[in-house]
Design a protein around this ligand. Structure first.
Ligand code: F6P
Length: 377
């Protein structure tokens, strides 16, 4: 048994998503009756570096289960790369650790995606800080867990959008290209695409051939289907671009990434390039819809509320047991603690043999690599 837990901090970092408040609530409600003081660090790691926080009581978290966003606010800044007011970037890890000591934190809960896992791990390694993390992201790409909170809500929003695009596409005999978030992973586009009955789903894990996409739509037209829905993940790449990226040596890739230019040869978003080509080939009017940050807004779904409550209570129980340096994860029906060192530096991408890929192919969805059965000329 470890020493008694007296004070903990909670921060939310990276892009927001529905469910963050539900996790804050679950941690607070589990730990407050144990006599633990809860400090909410403001604006992610900014608040840690600048010693900005609020006290959270059980009453403060009442009604939070359904509230989107994060009451603690968030930022994408990292302690070791903090932008200063003069525009320079400084390593503020020392200040962050010093403030944790000032706040007497026995544990810091960090709720965030892949970057947050890395930052928490760094604080643990460099300053011996007790950290526990929970995997948040609509991208669903954190390694070590079957699912991240926020994903189910993002997928529901994108699915509803596809449902709505269906009726207007069908009324006008149009091709609707819909841009879906997901960073470099295809979970969101694939999940929403299958659930919404998209005819084509393009994800980064399967580089697409634009002619195959066009042929699939022509195949649908031959069968009297004069409209199509094309769901495109923001990270989707053509076969040609994928080959170009592959050929770039690692050093160059890193440099370009740093400069924010990794795909500089793609002058236009993939969805616009596709729309133009598909309109030419099919002769059907084509429209592009970009769902953007709508996918991260509003109230969490019931599944996310349940997941967040489980993640939060499990994280709190780990802290009470003195088990730190880990991320709470869902593996099958179990909630487990995965060591942070196993999580950092990896991404959970869609595997080519994933059941969702097989299901999509079985229902004749074109994934950009082959023309589905029944749609060949
Ligand atoms: O990681 C979540 C996410 O919404 C990604 O899907 C997307 O690429 C990115 O964040 C958008 O970032 P920002 O909120 O900074 O515009």
């Amino acid at each position: 048994m470890s020493t008694k837990l007296r004070t903990v901090g909670i921060l939310t970092s990276g892009g927001d998503c529905p469910g963050l408040n539900a996790v804050i609530r679950a941690i607070t409600k589990t730990l407050t009756p144990e006599g633990v003081e809860i400090l909410g660090i403001l604006e992610g790691f900014n608040g840690l570096v600048e010693n900005r926080y609020i006290r959270l009581s059980d009453a403060d978290t009442s009604g939070l289960l359904t509230v989107g966003g994060t009451i603690l606010k968030t930022s994408r800044n990292k302690p070791h790369k903090m932008p200063g007011p003069d525009g320079t970037v400084r390593d503020m890890t020392g200040a962050a650790l010093e403030n944790c000591r000032r706040m007497n934190l026995d544990c810091l809960f960090c709720l965030g995606g892949g970057g947050t896992q890395k930052n928490a791990f760094r604080l643990m390694q460099e300053g011996g800080l007790n950290v526990i993390t929970a995997p948040k992201t609509i991208d669903n790409d954190v390694w070590g867990t079957d699912t991240c909170f926020g994903f189910d809500t993002g997928m529901s929003i994108a699915t509803e959008a596809i449902d709505r695009l269906h009726t207007t596409a069908s009324s006008h005999h149009r091709v609707m290209v819909v841009d879906i978030m997901g960073h470099n992973s295809g979970w969101l586009a694939l999940g929403a695409g299958i659930a919404g009955g998209a005819d084509v789903i393009l994800i980064p894990e399967i580089p697409y051939d634009i002619d195959i996409v066009a042929q699939s739509l022509l195949g649908r037209m031959r069968r009297g289907k004069m409209f199509s829905i094309v769901a495109v993940a923001e990270g989707a790449v053509s076969k040609e671009d994928a080959a170009r990226l592959q050929a770039m040596d690692e050093k160059k890739k890193k440099r370009k990434k740093k400069e924010g230019k990794e795909l500089e040869h793609i002058k236009e978003p993939v969805s616009s390039i596709l729309a133009e080509h598909l309109e030419d080939v099919t002769g059907l009017e084509t429209r592009v819809t970009s769902l953007g940050h709508l996918q991260r807004g509003g109230i969490p779904t019931p599944s996310d509320r349940l997941l967040c409550t489980k993640f939060g209570t499990h994280a709190a129980e780990l802290a009470l047991k003195g088990q730190f340096g880990c991320m709470v994860a869902k593996q099958g029906e179990e909630f487990v603690a995965v060591p942070l060192e196993d999580v950092v530096g990896k991404k959970r991408l869609v595997t080519l043999d994933h059941p969702w890929i097989r299901a999509a192919r079985d229902v004749s969805v074109c994934l950009g690599d082959i023309i589905p059965k029944g749609l060949e000329s």
